[in-house]
Design a protein around this ligand. Sequence first.
Ligand code: ME8
Length: 513
Amino acid sequence: MAARAAYYITTPIYYVNDSPHIGHAYTTLACDALARFMRLDGRDVRFLTGTDEHGQKVEKAARDRGMDPQAFTDEVSTRFRELVRVMGFSQDDFIRTTEPRHKQAVQHLWQKLLDAGEIYLGAYAGWYSVRDEAFYAESELVAGKAPTGAPVEWVEEPSYFFRLSAWQDRLLAFYDAHPDFVLPESRFNEVRSFVKGGLNDLSVSRTTFAWGVPVPNDPAHVMYVWLDALTNYISALGYPEDADGLYARFWPCDVHVVGKDILRFHAVYWPAFLMAAGLEPPKRVFAHGWWTNEGQKISKSVGNVIDPHELIERYGLDATRYFLLREVPFGNDGDFSHAAMLRRMNSDLANDYGNLCQRVLSMIGKNCDAAIPRPGPIEPADQALLDQAAGLLGTCRRLMERQASHAALEAIWAVIAEANRYVDTQAPWALRKSDPERMATVLWVLAETIRRVAILTQPFMPDASAQILDQLAQPAELRSFQALDDKGALVAGTALPKPAGVFPRLVEDPAGA
Ligand code: ME8
């Protein structure tokens, strides 16, 4: 058998200055769906998430709570792990930047950059935003604030610099050679124009606080939190020793999924650091958009932060996953609203997918002795539906290669809609008396279509899809994408359990809560 192709996907590592919210859950969810899809498609997947625990922002949050930074990060990091558990994410590793394996890797990378002459000692005098953990040039400020609206402070201190200015041409050449390096394309254009505008050397160490990885041989300095944080993507693979061979197997990364707020760090600084150290840059950075809540920016001060735990409690895990992945084209900004959630749950899930399964499985239960019916001759209308369902894998593969989960879901729902139309036009209930053999064929075609659809919805809604496949009595070994060919087709006579509804209809609370 041919070796399985590797697939490495990462989320940003989240700051532990605060509890996780919907934005964090969203990025990790998007990665989870991609990771599950690739696993079901036979890829050897490595899916990484974790927490970013150093820097001034985290140190300040710890101080505000009167806690030692390590004890504080231990506590908050646990909340991120808890979220990952509640959301049922399928990560293979969870890295914390306070772990020894990470610190060693960062110090090694630093030494390589120093040895290569890419880092030099100087002094920084300029603006810094603790909230963004970013340096800003005077010309970038808007009304005395960072372009993100974050407050800035004047910083003057000895600092090591990375020769970023020398990387402008090589970065532009790299972008030209890799036209899909950043998706969506509009974001890539922003990155190119930023780099074309000229790059300053980047301050990569700080001396005015201590919560970071110490600079080798100069302990007055801790490393800039972004140089530290970005390195997680390779430290988690065992870089530099690579005792388990993970680095050799999974680097360069297939895709770093990030929010648009941190694209510059990933698409400019990170490839420059890597190339300067003689390492390969990642294959892709995908920058997704920003969620608002009922039209408003999500912020603690507004008090409208969405807690993912509450969403799951109210709507259920799979419905929440479906909503977040389907409602907004991946890459665009999106708005969370209860009304939109209600629409998706009732229309797409309960009416379209849920009803299809319920109607077909209960008709089989009642009219076919609760076993997969034996199909007679296949007619053109049957073949048309089967062909559409069979075409889905290719379509979804093409879309998921470009992180377009929303479009894959749309394609799957087009087949669900087609199947519902087929039920209406074929009217199997009317065939029960007039032509039972034809009824058996129609119900087989429908059950087979549901099987294919349910295999493909697994990455997006693992639990609901598993329930549907259980109701079709599909064994575990027939749930990967390999089973999507005709060899996996439903076998007549297979006994089926009693069907049960999978997608509850959401009844609007009259109080409008
Ligand atoms: O930036 N909508 O961590 P962070 C969508 N530690 N996504 C959102 C969001 C929203 N309203 N709010 C947050 C950091 N996110 C660094 C990363 S990586 C080497 C270091 C998501 O805790 C989105 O993915 O501020 C965004 O990029 C990330 O959370 C920022 O998380």
